[in-house]
Design a protein around this ligand. Structure first.
Ligand SMILES: [Zn+2]
Ligand SMILES: [Zn+2]
Length: 179
């Protein structure tokens, strides 16, 4: 198995290599990154946000067309929402191995603080590994330091470590060996 990461051209440039390396190391799996080939869909003018479910439909269609079985994560710069949530950092659709992460709310600048590439790399890595974790069969975890903990705020995201807890690691190893 192999993780495909697509990096939309307006996502922060220059970060895709370190992010891909770290996601690969957190999940113990090969990962490659390339420019995005998925059609961008779901933009809602009135909200200036993308409906994450519609974008997942587009990723799903792309995977189907190209017969890609492996997990595919798309990183976009636009803000995402889903029905019932004013925003989401990311969203995964496990049944089809498709996930999306937005960098919009991950930069210090969004919160009026000074920009820092290392912070941004850390956050995209954590969010990306979390969503791909769902694609690999992992659910949310109560351990606040674990990648699979669901953060509601940037502080909660920053408090997580760039690692799975022991329980989630064992769960993942079990999922992968039963394939
Ligand atoms: Zn989640
Ligand atoms: Zn965990």
């Amino acid at each position: 198995m192999h993780i495909h990461i697509f990096w939309d051209s307006l996502s922060p440039p220059g970060l895709q290599i370190p992010v891909t390396r770290m996601i690969s190391s957190i999940l113990g799996m090969q990962a490659t990154v390339s420019e995005n080939h998925v059609r961008m869909m779901g933009y809602v003018d009135g909200r200036k946000q993308i409906d994450a479910q519609v974008l997942l439909d587009s990723i799903q269609a792309y995977k189907h067309r190209h017969a890609i079985q492996d997990p595919l994560l798309l990183v976009v710069h636009q803000d995402l929402f889903k029905n019932g949530n004013s925003f989401v950092f990311g969203l995964a659709r496990q049944s089809v191995g498709a996930a999306v992460v937005s960098t919009a709310r991950l930069s210090n600048e969004y919160y009026g603080r000074g920009g820092n590439d290392d912070d941004l790399i850390d956050r995209i890595t954590k969010e990306g590994a979390h969503e791909v974790g769902h694609l690999l069969g992992l659910d949310h975890c109560h351990n606040r330091e674990c990648i699979m903990f669901k953060p509601d705020t940037l502080d909660e995201l920053d408090r997580k470590k760039k690692a799975l807890c022991i329980m989630c690691s064992e769960h993942l190893a079990g999922n992968l060996s039963s394939d």
